[in-house]
Design a protein around this ligand. Structure first.
Ligand SMILES: C[S@@+](CC[C@H](N)C(=O)[O-])C[C@H]1O[C@@H](n2cnc3c(N)ncnc32)[C@H](O)[C@@H]1O
Length: 101
């Protein structure tokens, strides 16, 4: 994942499913190494857990990450409404086919 983000150099990345921000950190570290790009990570059940984790990170790392308490369908509809195009996305939320699709 780290090398993929380094190679693709995405400006706008979406992660679906933050949990304990493990892959969030991997992606954020690659974006910091790139010197550009931001990561939006979403998890409908992460409101209490995730901000507390991000606060423990070095500032340059946490500055590259935005967390929102949303589910995948809500973010899909928001991006569709805003006509925003993602450069890179990682779908690791609900793994049932319907949700992942
Ligand atoms: C496998 S964990 C994510 C692990 C994380 N990406 C990592 O490897 O460090 C799945 C997470 O997705 C969240 N989740 C479940 N349904 C979701 C949905 N519809 N949209 C976004 N996130 C969802 C769960 O709350 C859970 O925290």
């Amino acid at each position: 994942m780290y090398h993929l983000v380094q190679a693709l150099r995405p400006q706008l990345t979406l992660e679906i499913g933050t949990y304990f921000a493990g892959t969030t950190e991997v992606i954020a570290r690659a974006l910091c190494a790139n010197g550009s790009g931001g990561l939006l990570t979403i998890d409908p059940f992460g409101a209490e857990r995730v901000p507390a984790i991000l606060q423990t990170w070095p500032k340059d790392l946490s500055d590259s990450v935005s967390f929102m308490t949303m589910n995948s369908m809500e973010i899909f509809m928001a991006f569709d409404h805003l006509k925003r195009i993602l450069d890179f996305s990682f779908a690791d939320g609900n793994h049932a086919y319907t949700y992942a699709f």
